[in-house]
Design a protein around this ligand. Structure first.
Ligand SMILES: Nc1ncnc2c1ncn2[C@@H]1O[C@H](COP(=O)(O)OP(=O)(O)OP(=O)(O)O)[C@@H](O)[C@H]1O
Ligand SMILES: [Mg+2]
Length: 255
């Protein structure tokens, strides 16, 4: 459904992403892994339109997104979470979802007056997302009062609030406990159950190997391997890339 063709992003001499071809199939969980600085977040930023590519195209079901603005891509069905959590800390959990559903481009004051006009009422979709993220008992708390794992769940629910076809999760388990990591795996499977395609960027190897249908590996901006979790784990180039990096997570090597 989503196809990256010859996609590159160069920052001066740094080839953050370098001639990458990737195709994501409808309804799959696709893992994108690689050592620190290998170009994973940059790839997400190219798909969502935060960055303009140096070369290449981003196509969604035959529609060329490459020149589209971020909000246009959101409207086409592309949603994301950020590696560094981005929530409105002063707004409640429910309000954060409401903002996501009603467009992020509005100024805060406009948003607040509309929220109060609506009497703080939110539709069934937000109720559904509150339950989905197991945050229904915390709906009126400010987002800043949530635990780290809860914030990550709210981020994910927020991405779903725009009713996407594909959601790009940039290290959703980063900083979360093992227990949160397990909950996360369930949530990611739930997202797929909803018919939403998932691109998962993750360093927690157990998580990404356990739930991905297919995985691609980046190293210095280039795709060095692609296949099933078993194929990728057995790949010599992948092992070399992880051994050569200072990355802490060496589970891949021992697997
Ligand atoms: N805005 C930018 N300006 C200059 N260089 C950048 C910019 N964004 C990323 N880079 C560089 O591009 C390369 C890829 O970075 P990127 O953030 O995509 O890596 P990553 O795979 O997401 O790493 P991590 O696992 O640490 O999150 C790095 O060398 C990084 O320093
Ligand atoms: Mg990153």
């Amino acid at each position: 459904m989503l196809a990256l063709d010859n996609l590159s992003k160069h920052f001066g001499g740094v080839r953050a992403v370098d001639a990458v071809d990737l195709t994501f199939r409808e309804g799959e969980i696709f893992g994108l892994i690689g050592p620190n600085g290998s170009g994973k977040s940059t790839t997400v930023n190219l798909i969502t339109g935060l960055y303009t590519p140096t070369t290449g195209t981003v196509m969604l079901d035959g529609h060329d997104l490459t020149q589209m603005a971020q909000h246009e891509r959101t409207a086409m069905g592309v949603a994301r979470t950020f590696q560094n959590i981005r929530l409105f800390g002063n707004l409640s959990v429910a309000q954060n979802l409401w903002v996501a559903q009603n467009g992020r481009t509005q100024r805060r004051e406009h948003f607040m007056s509309r929220w109060f006009k609506a009497g703080g009422e939110h539709g069934p979709e937000i109720e559904d997302l509150l339950r989905f993220s197991r945050l229904h008992t915390k709906r009126d708390l400010p987002a800043s009062a949530l635990s780290f794992g809860e914030m990550r769940r709210l981020e994910m629910a927020r991405a779903l609030a725009s009713n996407p076809r594909i959601v790009l999760l940039d290290e959703p388990a980063a900083g979360a406990s093992l227990e949160d990591g397990q909950l996360l795996a369930e949530r990611i499977r739930d997202i797929r159950e909803r018919g939403v395609t998932v691109l998962l960027i993750e360093h927690m190897m157990e998580l990404v190997m356990g739930i991905s249908d297919r995985i691609a590996v980046l190293n210095f901006g280039r795709k060095i391997a692609e296949g099933t979790p078993a194929e990728v784990q057995a790949n010599r180039d992948v092992r070399a890339a992880y051994l050569g990096s200072k990355h802490e997570d060496e589970e891949l090597i021992h697997a």
